[in-house]
Design a binder for this molecule. Sequence first.
Ligand code: AP5
Ligand code: ZN
Length: 217
Amino acid sequence: MRIVLVGPPGAGKGTQAAFLAKNLSIPHISTGDLFRANISQGTDLGKQARSYMDAGQLVPDEVTNAMAEDRMSQADAEHGFLLDGFPRNVGQAVTLDEMLRTKGVVLDAVLDLEVPEDEVVKRIAGRRICRNDSAHVFHVTYNPPKAEGVCDACGGELYQRDDDTEETVRTRLEVYHTQTEPIIDYYRSQGLVVTISALGKVTEVTERAMEALKKSD
Ligand code: AP5
Ligand code: ZN
């Protein structure tokens, strides 16, 4: 399947993407993770992205689209993918449509995760991520690691993202409403949007998502 995952910061996109990609045997492609990997490796791309990310603003489209296209071609897009964090504005959605058209494929669904704002703020405030693998995501209250600061899966160090400060989260939410939400209407006009509540246990949300994707297939 070819799926786009959309939802506000902290909705649980990364958390769900890890399970959904495994269940559906498709690659999980997260532009946020790709940027963070570039930052930690000190690449030029990482240097270009860093100030935008720290401010909670979108990285410019030229940079993001080129990176996404490169990663999509490595992933053999015709065989399916789960995009997390891309597209993030209507311009990127149009670019993705063009990319897929040249490959002769179309999207199957846009999975929209709905979560009230007070809940996303709580989720982001308590989030801890593993330095070794960004798919290892914890929460100090909702999904605490067995030992504080240590990843259960691999023993790696857990850290808090630089852009998870209260002020930056406010900006990221505003950017989501003004720039990213319009893509939901864009995809709705193509009949692709499946909206589910992302409240409840992680496993419950995964089941809900799998059901919704099955129906949309
Ligand atoms: P990105 O990395 O995409 O961040 P985001 O969209 O802000 O989303 P998050 O990663 O914060 O949240 P999530 O929904 O993945 O939640 P998670 O699963 O971790 O982007 C970061 C930045 O990169 C952007 O601001 C921008 O600068 C740049 N960028 C990226 N893509 C771009 C693009 N296309 N164009 C331009 N710029 C781009 O969950 C959150 C917490 O909640 C975790 O602690 C988790 O354990 C917990 N949790 C999850 N599910 C549940 C549950 N059901 N119950 C309780 N707790 C839960
Ligand atoms: Zn880990």
